[in-house]
Design a protein around this ligand. Structure first.
Ligand code: ADP
Length: 193
């Protein structure tokens, strides 16, 4: 059986995490943020070290360990009863993050919709990330050069995922709206699925 999934998609700073956390509080939705799974690793573990090496340069972690981490986490949540695939829909934030990850996950995921939180103005994203750096103590948000590398990685590696899923599944939402209005737009679409 494939896992029902909704994907939160967008550049760093577009608000995927904010929306994902809210949606994850609704019964029968389970939020998984791939970046959080990486940040929860011990930094003295092999994958924890790999994560620091790549994320500190604004690059993606290689696909094979990323998918393995995802599968292990989902399985663990399932085993302790936090995620029940018969009833729950996954809200995925930050994965799949390139077309190859989307292909690898195609035998596991039944993607019902992709929410593309779009922002044409990179300066707005940069300002949001710099505010977040202070609030959440995130090293990859603190440095302007790393932020620019992440935005480039997004354009080059991640954006093609939208073409992979195609226009029937992708819903583009203006992420410069207030969080409540972004949420309203997402919920309107979910309500019709
Ligand atoms: P952002 O706010 O930049 O979207 P995330 O918390 O989602 O941040 O991710 C932080 C970092 O974790 C990324 O820059 C990348 O190095 C790594 N990462 C997260 N998810 C993935 C993924 N699916 N594939 C590869 N690397 C990932």
């Amino acid at each position: 059986m494939k896992l029902k999934a909704l994907l939160l998609f967008g550049a760093p700073g577009s608000g995927k995490g904010t929306q994902g956390k809210i949606l994850g509080t609704i019964p029968h939705f389970f939020h998984f943020a791939c970046g959080d799974a990486f940040r929860n690793l011990r930094i003295d573990s092999d994958l924890g070290q790999t994560f620091i090496d790549f994320s500190s340069k604004g690059q993606l972690v290689p696909d094979e360990p990323t998918i393995r981490l995802w599968r292990e986490n989902i399985k663990a949540h399932q085993q302790v009863g936090r995620f029940n695939p018969d009833q729950d829909t996954l809200i995925l934030d930050g994965i799949p993050r390139n077309p190859n990850q989307a292909r690898i996950l195609s035998d596991t995921l039944d993607v019902r919709a992709v929410f593309n939180l779009s922002c044409a103005d990179n300066n707005k994203l940069i300002k949001r990330l710099q505010r977040r750096a202070l609030r959440d103590n995130r090293l990859d948000d603190a440095n302007l050069e790393i932020i620019k590398d992440r935005l480039e990685t997004y354009e080059r590696d991640t954006k093609p995922v939208l073409d992979y899923y195609g226009k029937d599944l992708v819903h583009t939402i203006d992420s410069t709206q207030t969080p409540i209005n972004v949420l309203r737009d997402i919920l309107r679409i979910i309500a019709k699925l």
